[in-house]
Design a protein around this ligand. Structure first.
Ligand code: ISE
Length: 336
């Protein structure tokens, strides 16, 4: 591989364009060399903007000899197929979350990656690179707070694009909490459940909102996640880990505090890509460095799988009305 990682991007929607801007402007170790999109005009426009190659299909981009690594930011249902194609070519692939639509597809990816003999896949769980979450994990690891016992979390969105569905609140939204909670607690889930809750008028009955997700871990910790996908006052992410000797809270991202008229206030963002902008930057800087070093360290196929199995159990519990087991295969050595 060259000194720089030559990256091809599949998916030129909002997140794809934002990541290309980030890679081009902030990640010195990367050259973005090619794009593709299901909508050809979308890819042609980005290719013209950056003077790079436009491929007619994602498969052609993956096979291109000048592409060392692939970034997948296409529609969720296409993720698993493109990741498998990258593995066929033994190429590094960064896949936005979710890794796949089902746990079964994640298992296929795992088998293909194991056959390659080394980690090639990283999943876009960017919160692990957020300074706030990283500081929480560090504080827990220091040990003074004792063992973590539970997590109270909230994920609040202002609105959703048309066509949003009840399950997306889990597979696209709460999936971040499903990842970050097991990362913070360093444990795997035992059960998952969704509890009925009075519905918000904001959603006009088009999908279930809010939803209350409950999980238990193998060591008996409990996690509650309030998921509001529409009509919230801001894009607000809350997380509190309750430990034996104290609690640790996710800090609000740096904001200017105003004190006036006997009030103290700061703005809360409304856009998730702004809220986690620094986390995304760090995530890609570290990924590029890891690809150059030939040793991935970020969220793995196993992490994508674990979140997916938990999401499947949450959605099943909505149908059965009871907690469902989160059954995972044995963790392969490569992901330990
Ligand atoms: C959005 O769809 C995402 O993909 C973001 O990662 C998530 O934080 C946000 O809440 C979702 O609406």
């Amino acid at each position: 591989m060259e000194k720089k990682v030559r990256v091809g991007v599949i998916g030129c929607g909002a997140i794809g364009r934002d990541h290309i801007r980030r890679l081009v402007g902030l990640v010195a170790e990367v050259d973005v060399v090619a794009v593709a999109d299901f909508v050809p005009e979308a890819a042609q426009k980005v290719a013209a903007q950056y003077g790079i190659t436009c491929y007619a299909t994602g498969e052609a981009l993956i096979a291109a000899p000048e592409v060392d690594a692939v970034l997948i930011t296409s529609a969720d249902p296409s993720h698993a197929g493109y990741v498998l194609e990258c593995l066929k070519h033994q190429k590094y692939v960064f896949c936005e979350k979710p890794l796949a639509q089902t746990a079964a597809d994640c298992e296929k990816i795992m088998q293909a990656e194991l056959a390659c003999g080394k980690r090639l896949v990283q999943v876009g769980f960017m919160r692990r690179f957020d300074r706030g979450y990283a500081a929480m994990k560090q504080r827990i690891a220091e040990g003074k707070l004792g063992d973590p016992l539970m997590i109270h979390a909230a994920h609040r969105n202002v609105s959703q694009a048309p066509g949003f569905e009840t399950d997306y609140a889990i597979t696209r939204v709460a999936i971040h909490e499903l990842d970050i909670s097991r990362w913070l607690l360093d444990d795997e889930y035992a059960t998952a459940q969704v509890l009925p809750v009075r519905q918000s008028k904001a959603t006009r009955g088009e999908w279930l909102n809010p939803q209350m997700v409950m999980l238990t871990t193998q060591s008996g910790q409990r996690i509650d996640i309030e998921v509001q996908t529409d009509g919230a006052y801001a894009y607000d992410i809350q997380c509190q880990v309750v430990c034996e000797n104290g609690i640790v809270n996710l800090p609000d991202p740096a904001a200017v505090v105003t004190r006036t008229g006997a009030k103290c206030s700061f703005d809360i963002l409304t856009d998730w890509s702004q809220r986690f902008i620094e986390a995304y930057d760090i995530e890609f800087q570290q990924w590029a460095q890891a690809v150059l070093n030939n040793r991935l360290t970020g969220p793995s196929t196993w992490d994508g799988y674990a979140a997916c199995v938990a999401a499947d159990a949450v959605m099943l519990s909505r149908k059965t009305g009871k907690p469902e087991p989160v059954n995972m295969i044995e963790k392969p050595e490569m992901y330990r």
